[in-house]
Structures are given as C-alpha cells and as structure tokens.
Design a protein around this ligand. Structure first.
Ligand SMILES: O=P(O)(O)OC[C@H]1O[C@H](O[C@H]2O[C@H](CO)[C@@H](O)[C@H](O)[C@H]2O)[C@H](O)[C@@H](O)[C@@H]1O
Length: 284
C-alpha cells in the first residue's frame, strides 16, 4: 500500500512508514496536537473547537488503535471541553479503546477512565511574571496583545494585532530575559509567546507513553514549534526499532515541521482525512 494521495510525501520513507503503522494498527499509539491539528486556528483561543468531523473520526480511529493521546499546550480541562473528550471516552469504552490528555506540554494528565485531571503546582516565578506583564507588553509595543492565563503558564497572543508577526518577535525578545531570570521557559508558537515551567515537553510525553503502553508503532501529528520535541522523540524511537509516522498539519504560518515530517496534509481538514484513512485501514 502507499500513503493516501491527498497527503504530500515529505520523506522518501513515507510509504513504508505508513505501511508499518497499518501493519501494527491495533497496537499503534496515536499522539495528536490540538490547536492547528484537531482544531482550526481562530483569533480567540476560547472560541477554538475540535474540527466538525473530529468526534466521529476519533471514535472510529480509537476503536482501531491501541490508544489516542492528545498532547497539547492547552490546559487539559480546556481540551476536554473543546474536544468533547468525555463523550469520546464513553464511546470508546465498548471497543476497548482509550483516550488520554497530556496538557500544558505534558505537565497535566487526564484519562477518560478516571475522569480526573492531575495538575502539578505552578512554578513560583509565574506570579512575578504576571505582576510585570503589563510593563513588558508596553515595552514590546504590544499593550493590546491577548493574555491567556493557563495557571501553569501565561500565553501572550498577537493574532488579533495589526502587526501580529513582528509583535510576536518583539514579545519574545522582551519576555526571554525575564523568563530566564525567573527560572521559566519561553515557548514560542503560532502568533503566541508562552512562559511556563521548564523541564517538560511533548517529546518527554511521547517517551513516557511508549514506556508505559508499549505500542508496536507510534504516530505523531502536529503543526507548531511545540510539536518539534514530539517529532524528535519519534525519530529517536525509530532508531531504536519502533515504527513511527510523523505528520505535519501544514500551514503557511509554520513550516518548521515539514523537514522532519513523513507526510504533510492540508491543516485540520487534511488531518481529519488522514485519521479517517487510518481508521479505514485494512483489518489484519
Ligand atoms: O499544543 P497545541 O494544542 O497546539 O496548543 C498550542 C497553543 O494553542 C493555542 O493557541 C493557538 O491556537 C489559537 C486558537 O486557534 C490561536 O488563536 C493562536 O494564535 C495559536 O497560537 C492556545 O491558545 C495555547 O494556549 C496553546 O498553548
């Protein structure tokens, strides 16, 4: 078989990696980013929703694979609501499938079985960052940037500003030294700069999940810089012999994942087609 024709191959190994995933589909771990991957990008983060096809596609896929992990920069609770994941978990009960969330770049955990979110303590430096934020936004000439306080992180969004891209650059410059001073990490993304606790990323999540669930293959789908550690983890696992498929949810805004991807699809619409193709794959 070969990878579906609507997905643009970005690696010479795309077809063989697609086949390897299909061969081991029943024990495949599927790791999915949320914004820009399962949900279309919108100006106001609170208005993002899972793609209209998402609930059906994830229910079909979840019944065919080992499990689905939503690995996101969002707080776990937000993604559970925006993604309709409690309902998905219930739908998967009969088929023996499961869905879990690792929120805030892996710091938070939720699984559909317990329904509980585990959240660690926030990094101590965040309170001081919050106090200094209005001045920092002024310094970056972005006083109207949208602030999303996620408890464990503060994200500053520029998408609705007239100079969204340069403003994000100015904000990154203004926030970087303060983050370093407060022992916090800077996490740049699509028209957003976040400040959060260091020490966890999507790559660590992938490695933990593989250690815990022992899949026979892993798929990672993402669209933004925060997904690069997840891609790198799959590349390392492949070197250790675990089949892996990397899919970029393509956009004009962020091309950094393309050079690491096996397949590039057309944003969340393309992701839905690809996940549907996996769910419809041959039954072995
Ligand atoms: O890891 P993800 O699931 O992709 O989350 C990353 C960040 O996504 C959100 O911001 C992005 O989506 C917004 C809604 O479409 C958009 O307005 C913004 O420009 C994007 O950067 C979210 O608001 C952040 O908290 C996530 O960390």
């Amino acid at each position: 078989m070969s990878a579906p024709s609507f997905a643009e191959p970005a690696s010479e190994h795309a077809d063989e990696r697609w086949d390897a995933v299909l061969d081991g589909l029943g024990r495949c771990l599927v790791c999915l980013d949320f914004d820009g991957t399962l949900a279309r990008i919108v100006d106001d983060p609170s208005q993002a929703r899972i793609h209209p096809d998402g609930p059906e596609v994830l229910a079909a896929l979840g019944a065919r694979v080992l499990g689905i992990a939503i690995v996101t920069g969002r707080p776990a609770r937000d993604v559970i609501v925006l993604g309709g994941l409690e309902l998905l978990a219930t739908r998967l009960e009969d088929s023996g499938g499961w869905v879990l969330v690792r929120g805030q770049y892996g710091a938070e955990r939720w699984d559909g079985e317990t329904g509980e979110v585990e959240t660690p303590e926030a990094a101590p430096g965040l309170d001081e960052l919050r106090d200094r934020l209005p001045d920092l936004l002024d310094d970056a000439d972005a006083p109207d940037a949208r602030v999303e306080d996620k408890g464990l992180a503060v994200a500053v969004h520029t998408r609705s500003l007239d100079d969204a891209t340069p403003a994000a650059g100015r904000l990154a410059e203004a926030l970087a030294p303060v983050a370093a001073e407060l022992d916090l990490a800077l996490e740049p993304g699509r028209m957003v700069v976040e400040v959060r606790a260091p020490g966890m990323d999507k790559g660590a999540v992938v490695r933990e999940l593989v250690e815990e669930h022992r899949p026979s293959a892993v798929v990672f789908v993402g669209d933004d810089l925060g997904d690069l550690p997840g891609f790198a983890a799959v590349e390392e696992l492949r070197e250790d012999g675990l089949p892996g498929l990397l899919v970029c949810s393509g956009s004009e805004e962020q091309r950094a994942l393309v050079e690491h991807a096996d397949l590039v699809v057309d944003g969340p619409d393309g992701v839905m087609r690809l996940l549907r193709a996996l769910a419809d794959g041959p039954r072995t």
